[in-house]
Ligand binder design. Structure first.
Ligand code: F6R
Length: 231
């Protein structure tokens, strides 16, 4: 078992711990940070915003971006990152896939090449109810690189809470592949809430199945899992 599991029932303490891990990575010399969006990340980014953590000599890369959503849209992941982190704690350079690229497939290749030119020290992940990481839905190859995905109905439904209606949720996204994510030297996965139990349980049981993307992490040697659930 390579997963370091930390169950912290108190949510504030859980996010204090997550912040501490990020800070520790930075103090140990991490220069490249893989970032996620989504509700799970909000309390962590809030803690970073309130801190004096300085990323101005670091590089960030984001996991994913919706296809076809204008960058200025409040729910584009570039807007999310600016609001939650970059406006207050800027990095030297921040990379995200360009969801407005004319050819999303070419953009996925371009983004993968950017990622290949970077040694990713530390990747932060959330997990979807169906076990997705990034937007790698069940069935995605564990060796996949950055690619265009069609979002499943369940993922669009889960993300509809951020839009006026489910019809506004984009149908496609560009995401780092599972193989791309696995190249990170250290991974922190944060999973909060009952909805994440099934996926998390599979990970903690030691399952390794492409039907539950998060279980790829059982093949990685340096993963910390923070959850409020008792498993
Ligand atoms: C977001 C991402 C997704 C989310 C996952 C959980 O960049 O890559 O995998 O981490 O969908 O989303 P929340 O945190 O909203 O439950």
């Amino acid at each position: 078992m390579t997963i370091q599991l930390e169950s912290i029932p108190n949510i504030d303490q859980l996010y204090d711990r997550a912040f501490h891990i990020v800070k520790e990575q930075k103090n140990k010399g991490a220069k490249t940070f893989g970032l996620a969006t989504g509700g799970t990340m909000l309390p962590l980014y809030e803690r970073i915003r309130k801190s004096s953590l300085d990323f101005s000599n670091c590089i960030s890369v984001n996991l994913d971006e919706y296809v076809g959503l204008p960058k200025e849209h409040s729910q584009s992941y570039i807007s999310f990152m600016k609001k939650q982190l970059f406006n207050t704690n800027p990095f030297k350079v921040s990379y995200l896939p360009n969801g407005e690229a004319e050819n999303p497939e070419e953009e996925a290749v371009r983004y993968e090449n950017v990622l290949k030119s970077i040694d990713l020290d530390f990747q932060i992940l959330g997990v979807g109810e169906n076990g997705h990481i990034g937007f790698n839905e069940p069935g995605t190859s564990f060796t996949s690189e950055t690619h265009v995905v069609t979002l499943t109905a369940s993922t669009r439904k889960a993300n509809a809470r951020f839009f006026n209606s489910i019809d506004e949720v984009p149908t496609q996204a560009i995401t780092m592949g599972i193989g791309t994510i696995m190249r990170a030297h250290q991974i922190l996965l944060i999973a909060v809430g009952e909805k994440k139990r099934t996926a998390l349980q599979a990970l903690i049981n030691g399952d390794i199945s492409e039907e539950i993307p998060v279980t790829a992490l059982n093949k990685h040697d340096h993963v910390i899992v923070l959850t409020n659930l008792e498993l």
